[in-house]
Design a protein around this ligand. Structure first.
Ligand SMILES: Cc1ncc(COP(=O)(O)O)c(C=O)c1O
Length: 341
């Protein structure tokens, strides 16, 4: 048996999802004529209380388009060091939009309004890049799937309003946050100028992310998507998977969280583990004891059918998802026990 916990992106579409894709009404989305894409965009915009939305091939593209629309070359973007937009998007913030990045100190990916206020450059000083955008990741991937308290976002939005900054959420896993903390999409939509929502992570669609915002923002985002090569034609075949995921795969995220907790409980007392980040959604991150290598640990688990990911010399990540059931978790726990210290 092999249980793949490297990422929640490894899921394959279910039979029901494939059937929904097969039935999808299609058109040319670059002409705005794909009914399934239009339905998905309208649905997510309405859910989050935003005016409009844009379907894109990836979360990297929705983030990069948002950064591009919110900024001008020479501007500065505030985020934290582990943020996907900085660390894992191929230098896109700098290359695509010509922006510098300023890090703020964070606790498991979450930072304070005070930290943002302190990081804003004086707009009257011509030596300094103009601070223009704050990016928040929710849930925080490198923070072990940590959820932002909504009150913290309110504080950051107040600073953004006072300083004339845009606030973007990389909500690749926003539905994990919503499922776990009982907030609603509109609670988050009310606080952000734009949100990137991934369909191909916990929601189990094969492809796709949606960017939401005002009608004017999405109008401009559509131009940038074209420039980035992200305009797709009969994309409704993919949007249908997203619509199916919204109908059938949101509430079940709670099962992924419960399974992640089971793994967390086993790791808490595991002799090889020095520190485990609190497990609150579907991501588990732990640090091995001194002298232990994450690469060797990942290889040892891989050889007994548990695939996971080394995210640092001693740090390991596991992610639960739609394609891992309780039997799979039983296997993971058995193998963790077996590999010992
Ligand atoms: C937090 C976060 N943001 C954005 C992305 C980018 O998504 P994609 O792989 O669709 O480009 C990922 C992907 O894993 C992610 O974890």
């Amino acid at each position: 048996m092999t249980v793949d916990l490297r990422s929640d992106t490894v899921t394959r579409p279910t039979t029901a999802m494939r059937e929904a894709m097969l039935r999808a009404p299609l058109g040319d989305d670059v002409f705005g004529e794909d009914p399934s894409v239009n339905a998905l965009e309208e649905r997510l915009a309405a859910m989050f209380g935003h005016e409009a939305a844009l379907f894109c091939p990836s979360g990297t593209m929705t983030n990069q388009i948002a950064i591009n629309v919110h900024t001008r070359p020479g501007d500065e973007v505030i985020c934290e060091e582990g943020a996907h937009v900085y660390r894992y998007e191929g230098g896109g913030t700098m290359a695509n939009s010509g922006c510098s990045v300023k890090f703020v100190p964070a606790d498991r990916g979450r930072f304070s309004a005070e930290a943002v206020a302190a990081a804003v450059n004086d707009p009257a000083n011509p030596h300094l890049p103009r601070t223009r955008l704050v990016v928040v990741e929710n849930t925080c991937n490198r923070g072990g799937g940590a959820i932002w308290p909504i009150a913290a976002i309110r504080g950051i939005r107040t600073v953004c309003d006072a300083q004339g900054l845009a606030l973007h959420m990389d909500g690749a896993r926003i539905f994990n946050a919503i499922t776990a903390d009982g907030t609603g999409p509109r609670d988050w939509g009310a606080l952000f100028h734009s949100i990137s929502i991934c369909l191909s992570k916990g929601l189990g669609a094969p492809v796709g992310s949606v960017l939401t915002g005002t009608a004017a923002f999405i109008h401009e985002a559509r131009r940038v998507r074209k420039r980035f090569g992200g305009g797709m034609r009969q994309a409704g075949i993919l949007a249908a998977a997203g619509l199916h995921a919204l109908d059938h795969h949101v509430e079940r995220l709670a099962e992924d969280h419960a399974r992640a907790c089971r793994i967390g409980e086993a790791l808490q007392h595991h002799p090889a583990v020095e520190q485990l980040l609190p497990v609150t959604t579907n991501i588990i991150i732990y640090t091995l004891r001194a002298g232990k290598s994450a690469a060797a640990h990942v290889e040892a688990l891989g050889s007994v059918g548990v695939k996971c990911y080394a995210i640092g010399p001693q740090q390991v990540r596991m992610v639960t998802h739609l394609d891992v059931d309780d039997t799979g978790i039983d296997h993971v726990l058995q193998q963790l026990q077996r590999i010992g210290p």
